[in-house]
Design a protein around this ligand. Structure first.
Ligand SMILES: [Cu+2]
Length: 605
């Protein structure tokens, strides 16, 4: 099998590391894989620039054969231009952009003296340890690589009939290594994955949530393509009283580029949309779907969150070294706060969170293994340790704890903002505590004895601080964690690339968790504590909605492909987190219960 060893990094969904060989896509079931022959000096070339991408990226190795040279291959910051990596030991090499972490490219450096394509006996794995390549976690995530990087392998639900989901993998023999060092040949990778993961599967139409919400659920369907622009992405919103899709907004007039996450103005009328593969945040009038203005804020703005009290907006430069603050209209940058000391490499702050009183901001620093905890009133910043590839954060609504999801070592770090506030399963309260999402999973054998998750991303805490919902993006599930104990109590199905979660108000009281999925045209609605008593044993999935199709109110372009795909940012109006709910206009407040208006005050209602 002949494949060129060069990749263009790209904005186009799935083809983020594009080997340019569409002709091989039907065989490899990806355009993000290349192969070489070990022993023959071989360089892999990576190019970053127009017309493939308008933003800066990194080429950072996350997997390499034990014994390989020149690893870890990393750059100080994100860049445009070219770089090269020289292969050495036989086996699997995987590269990632540290700003946009699902941008993945892989190279198999094959040992011609063994049968099959060599992954190597053991590799340095994403969690920072060396592992035999026949390990359950490695083969599981290798199978997900072909879902992430191949649109034909994504899930396409139909609203009215069951469909068959039958992802394809290379029908090639693959050589792996067992824990005892002995060889383990997989004769046909496609057959192996179909048997192991019970493929194909039937996707039944999601049943509409059997509860009503106040206001709208909003999802960034970031990979959906349309006729009127070349950059991907739409914003899809649903009326929570009917679960009808009421807006499908592509903003072709500004060629909106990969809409990743959203924020809202205090009056709930203006949506602030980050364009992740650009340097822009756009203000959109929710009543008309029209662009109000677009502001340059710095490289790869990831998330937008309004500060209660000041109404200003906090936006991280995910491709850079700071968070910026914009005026309430989102029309100009008024302040910036560095996420590292002068002269240090940029921290790449990704999914941040703002405290209920607008005083603290926490960022997960993806170019390091720590978080930045800002007190904006001073301003000062501390950088507590977090874990392997911090990617997203949240805070308890009382502002006492921050949580950081570590994408690559499958942990969640609890950090105390002031006094020790992190509960542990043995009942003690600590300053920090790490929740291991693999506690019930053996990464080598694959055995499990309880709910587990691989690669957490968004992890919001319910406005009443009863529980957290966190996605496992590789396991394609949502875990529920009890905020009294930091223990995993439940797992819900979600789908490949499960990604975003945030809370909205359930009609009549309580909260609903809205969940987005990157590689499926569906979004789910979870009721994590139906009667709001803090006993989570009655938590349930209420149903889901299809994210493709036409909307009832606003359609500003013609969807052309990857219909409803790419679910990432999720937000809701009215905003019901503590600190935001108190600032709502009366037209929304009047639709909420007394308890929803005072999420943490048990006595007043
Ligand atoms: Cu990138």
């Amino acid at each position: 099998m002949e494949a060129p060893l060069s990749f263009h990094l790209s904005d186009q969904p799935a083809y983020w590391y594009d080997n340019g060989r569409a002709d091989l896509e039907g065989i490899l079931h990806t355009r993000s894989l290349s192969a070489a022959v070990a022993g023959v000096p071989t360089k892999v070339k990576f190019e970053i620039g127009e017309p493939y991408t308008s933003q800066t990226h990194t080429v950072s190795s996350i997997v390499w054969p034990v014994g390989a040279k020149g690893v870890p291959f990393i750059q100080q910051g994100s860049f445009a231009g070219e770089t090269e990596f020289e292969l050495s030991s036989p086996g699997l090499y995987v590269f990632q952009c540290r700003v946009h972490p699902y941008m993945l490219g892989a190279v198999v450096n094959d040992d011609p003296t063994t049968p099959g394509a060599d992954l190597g006996k053991s590799v340095h794995w994403i969690d920072g340890t060396d592992m035999p390549t026949a390990s359950d976690e490695i083969l599981f995530i290798v199978s997900k690589f072909f879902i992430v990087t191949e649109p034909a392998n994504w899930q396409y639900y139909s609203p009215d009939h069951p469909v068959v989901w039958d992802p394809q993998f290379p029908s090639a023999p693959v050589m792996t290594g067992n824990a005892d060092g002995s060889p383990n040949l997989i004769p046909n990778l496609n057959d192996y994955f179909h048997a192991k993961y019970h493929l194909p599967q039937t996707l039944n139409p999601p049943t509409k949530p059997d509860v009503q919400a106040v206001g709208d659920m909003m999802v960034d369907t970031q990979f959906e393509k349309s006729a009127g622009k070349d950059k991907p992405g739409s914003i899809t919103t649903f009326d929570g009283s009917t679960w009808e899709m009421d807006r499908k907004m592509f903003l072709p007039s500004i060629n909106m580029n990969n809409p990743h996450n959203m924020g809202l103005s205090r009056d709930q009328k203006t949506l602030f949309q980050s364009q992740w593969f650009s340097n822009k945040v756009t203000a959109i009038d929710l009543a008309t779907g029209k662009e109000l203005h677009t502001t340059e804020v710095g490289p790869s703005p990831s998330h937008v969150m309004r500060r209660p009290g000041t109404d200003t907006l906090i936006v991280p430069n995910n491709g850079g070294n700071r968070i910026v603050e914009l005026d309430p209209a989102g029309s100009k940058v008024i302040k910036s706060y560095f996420t590292q000391a002068p002269g240090q490499d940029p921290a790449f702050p990704h999914a941040h969170w703002v405290s209920f009183d607008g005083k603290h901001v926490v960022t997960p620093n993806s170019n390091e293994s720590n978080a930045s905890l800002f007190d904006l009133s001073v301003p000062n910043m501390v950088k507590p340790f977090s874990g392997g590839f911090p990617v997203a954060t949240s805070m308890t609504n009382d502002g006492k704890r921050a949580y950081v999801a570590n994408l690559l070592d499958h942990t969640i770090r609890c950090l105390s903002v002031d006094a020790p506030a992190c509960p542990t399963p043995d009942g003690s309260i600590k300053d920090t505590y790490s929740i291991d999402l693999r506690e019930h999973y053996n990464k080598i054998s694959g055995e499990s004895n309880g709910p587990y998750g691989l690669s957490p991303i968004q992890l919001p805490v319910s406005p009443d601080d009863h529980y957290m919902l966190v996605v496992g993006t590789f396991t394609g599930n949502v875990l529920e964690i009890d905020m009294k104990t930091n223990k995993i109590v439940k797992s819900f199905p979600c789908g490949p690339g499960c990604h975003g979660i945030n809370f909205g108000a359930k009609k009549g009281g309580g909260y609903l968790g809205y969940v987005s999925v990157k590689f499926a045209n569906v979004a789910w609605v979870i009721d994590g504590d139906p009667n709001s008593d803090g006993d989570l044993s009655d938590a349930r999935l209420t149903g889901g909605v299809i994210t493709s199709g036409a909307a009832t109110k606003i359609n500003d372009d013609t969807p052309s492909s990857q219909f409803g795909q790419g679910g990432q940012g999720v937000w809701a109006y009215p905003e019901v987190y503590n600190g935001w709910v108190q600032e709502l206009p009366d037209e929304w407040k009047s639709q909420l219960t007394c308890q929803q208006q005072n999420p943490l005050l048990k006595a007043v209602c």
